[in-house]
Write a protein that binds this ligand. Structure first.
Ligand code: FAD
Length: 430
């Protein structure tokens, strides 16, 4: 690409990136009581933007956890490149002035009375509620599995937190020393960062090659259905790369039970139950809404998103259709895509912009298009920058980065760029 094309592309990108900030010039004088449940990626970004755009609002944020985890970095911890400290921040660092933080969880949502009850029995009335609790990792939904097993007997799982990711790295190294069969896969539920189970297979493959031990390990990806990724061109590309690297795929295999002592995993398949022995397994648990949400009137009442308790939400505005003063943002939102931090970056400006417009007597017009993204790491120093929308169309932000090419620049975005962008997002600046 010549300099002129590059500058043109970068300029266009800058304009796109600036749009939410340009809108930030408008301030609402409204004084609503706003409650945000959850101080993760979505909750903190919401708090920062709402504080600036609605300076007279009373904003309360609820989260019992004081630590904040940069979850996209868990993959790099499991690759042996980062430490748990690299992905652990303090929530307080990102809390804007003038926002009250209650260090308790939401225990009960009553959207009829417009009240949230905390685990400490405090009743918080609200005019607007933002549900941003993220999701619950249901390890016990797999018979014989629990979080405490991660790092023991060949069991890895990068989802449970920074220490689990570090334990997974040690498990990968031990597996490469030992040799044998490594199993990978994903749950049949909705899940955050659906690329991560694939990334960890690619990393294990590359690490074994670099250590001269690839011949000693057999790698098998048990896909929950025919596809390994929901977006068709990405699915085809990953299958091609797996074939080239000798990673076998078994379609329609759902992990239902595990026997850690015997190192056996049981899968539900269309042909019945299949048991596989393993030396190493990367377990990705079923994912559901946290109980407080699931047991409330907020989830979908029917359809594919009802059983696991995802909050009913309009896919463009993230507004609850039955309780219009309630919004669901981030992983908890019951929309077909969008369970990535990159999605949060596009969701938060939409809901904030619409609330500001509405409270200022204007028509809310901002819409979220399902933007979802994850740099699909395919080895050390290589990644594909995958971005897509509700329609499953690829939506590359950078015209000079081919989404389905394994590129060093896409790896650099993952390794060097994402954390800074994420921190800026928490401060409502990106
Ligand atoms: C291994 C892994 C790799 C990933 N890779 C990427 C990637 O490459 N790119 C990307 O964009 N995204 C990635 N993600 C996904 C991304 O981290 C999440 O989509 C994002 O954090 C969602 O933000 P959230 O605010 O909805 O949830 P979270 O950030 O999980 O925060 C939810 C918060 O709610 C709190 N909470 C829970 N229940 C309650 C309650 N009842 N009351 C109050 N608070 C509550 C929790 O304590 C938590 O602090 C990855 C995630 C994982 C685990």
């Amino acid at each position: 690409m010549d300099r002129r094309t590059f500058l043109g592309a970068a300029g266009a990108l800058a304009v796109t990136q600036m749009m939410p900030l340009a809108a930030a010039a408008q301030i609402s004088a409204a004084k609503p009581r706003i409650v945000i449940a959850g101080a993760g990626a979505a909750g903190l970004s919401l708090a920062s933007r709402l504080r600036r755009r609605m300076p007279q609002a009373t904003i309360t944020i609820l989260d019992a956890r004081r630590q904040h985890f940069f979850q996209p970095g868990f993959t790099l911890v499991a690759a042996g490149l980062w430490s748990p400290a690299d992905v652990t921040f303090g929530n307080a660092e990102f809390l804007p002035q003038g926002v009250e933080w209650i260090a308790e969880a939401a225990a009960e949502f009553d959207p009829v009375a417009n009240v949230v009850v905390t685990t400490g029995s405090r009743r918080l009335p609200y005019d607007f509620l933002f549900v941003a609790t993220g999701l619950f990792l249901d390890y016990r939904g797999i018979e014989g599995m629990e979080e405490g097993l991660i790092g023991r007997d060949g069991i890895a799982s990068i989802y449970a937190g920074p220490e689990a990711a570090a334990a997974s790295w040690r498990a990968i190294e031990a597996f490469i020393d030992r040799g044998g069969t490594g199993l990978f896969g994903r749950p049949p539920t909705e899940m955050k960062c659906a690329g991560a189970p694939l990334k960890i297979a690619f990393i294990t493959d590359d690490r074994a090659r670099r250590r001269g031990r690839r011949g000693a390990v057999e790698l098998v990806y048990n896909a929950h259905r025919e596809a390994v990724f929901a977006v068709r061109p990405v699915d085809a590309r990953v299958k091609e790369l797996f074939a080239g690297r000798g990673i076998a795929i078994n379609p329609s295999h759902v992990l239902v039970a595990i026997d850690p002592g015997a190192r056996k995993a049981v899968y539900r398949t269309p042909a019945g139950t299949v048991t596989m022995g393993y030396d190493f397994i990367h377990v990705v648990p079923p994912m559901r809404a946290p109980d407080a949400v699931r047991n409330s009137p907020l989830p979908w009442q029917s359809g594919p998103l009802a059983a696991d308790g995802w909050v009913e939400a309009d896919r463009a505005t993230l507004r609850h259709p039955r309780f219009p003063n309630v919004f669901a943002v981030g992983d908890i939102a019951g929309v077909p895509r969008g369970k990535t931090a990159a999605s949060v970056k596009w969701q938060v400006p939409v809901v904030v912009e619409n609330l500001v417009a509405e409270t200022a007597g204007r028509e809310p017009t901002a819409a979220y298009n399902g933007y979802t993204s994850c740099p699909m790491v395919t080895g050390y120093g290589r990644a594909m920058l995958i971005e897509f929308d509700y329609a499953g169309d690829l939506t590359p932000s950078f015209p000079f980065i081919a989404p389905l090419d394994e590129l060093w620049i896409s790896w650099v975005i993952e390794e060097k760029g994402l954390k800074g962008a994420y921190r800026a997002m928490l401060r409502g600046r990106a």
